[in-house]
Design a protein around this ligand. Structure first.
Ligand SMILES: [Zn+2]
Length: 255
């Protein structure tokens, strides 16, 4: 009897795992491929690849950087390997949102660079600290979970000066309630608020991982109307390769 139950449980587990893998592959299959770690946008930013997700470094002068997100690895191995090889100093981290593949490396990065600040949309703090769950079909299944991270609250439109660079925050609710994009050095760090399609289109964030996809699309369109074309040179996505900025593409986001 026990053997049969175990067999059923094992079979169901395999079905679920295979299902999630197939779903992930189908969702990310149409994305523009992500390059390896290295400078993008003529050195205005550095892509830090961590498997299927990218974090970024914003050069802020004299080998100092601010990071955007922390990757999916609890030791932040690939990020810290690149940062150390380039002899960079991390002064702070801006979170695009609190999904695990963007925050898991933060504690290790803050251990490596004590004093590096962590900042996130004030509306994302409840999910970061386990006060509220996400509402996506898949992301909601995990329930509320305290990451243990302590972040400085940021508001829509807020500017933070780090070294020689001003980092401007834009609230783009939808993928998560507190999703934030950042603009620095002409690079717009999109997080998961959108993806770059291999065919050059901008894709709305995948439904199973997003709190409210309709709101996400509205946020992208509002942002596209509020930015000036000469402010943004590059879109830097978290799950697809960077793209030359084109606000009309953001406005025409594929639903
Ligand atoms: Zn996400």
């Amino acid at each position: 009897m026990l053997k049969r139950v175990l067999l059923v449980v094992a079979s169901l587990t395999i079905v679920v795992v295979v299902g999630v893998v197939v779903l992930m592959m189908s969702i990310f299959a149409g994305n523009a491929p992500m390059p390896d770690s290295g400078p993008i946008a003529g050195g205005k930013a550095i892509l830090l690849k961590d498997g299927f997700v990218a974090a970024f470094a914003i050069p802020t002068g004299n080998h100092h950087v601010a990071l955007v997100d922390c990757g999916n690895d609890v030791e932040a191995t690939s990020l810290l390997t690149y940062v150390r090889a380039q002899q960079l100093v991390v002064d702070g981290i801006f979170l695009t949102h609190a999904h695990t593949d963007h925050i898991t490396g933060c504690a290790a990065i803050q251990r490596a660079f004590p004093g590096a600040f962590l900042a996130a949309n004030t509306l994302e703090l409840p999910t970061l600290t386990g006060q509220a769950p996400f509402h996506g079909l898949l992301t909601g299944m995990a329930g509320a979970k305290d990451s243990g991270l302590v972040a400085k609250p940021l508001h829509d439109g807020e500017e933070t000066i780090v070294g020689e660079v001003t980092v401007k925050a834009f609230a783009v609710p939808g993928h998560t309630a507190g999703s934030m994009m950042y603009l620095a050095n002409g690079v717009l760090f999109v997080g998961d608020a959108a993806n770059g399609g291999a065919d050059g289109h901008i894709e709305a964030p995948p439904r199973p991982f997003s709190d409210d996809r309709v709101q996400a699309i509205a946020s992208l369109q509002t942002l596209a109307k509020s930015l000036a074309a000469n402010e943004v040179n590059t879109f830097a996505f978290a799950h697809s390769g960077p793209m030359t900025a084109d606000l009309t593409k953001l406005l025409a986001v594929r639903p």
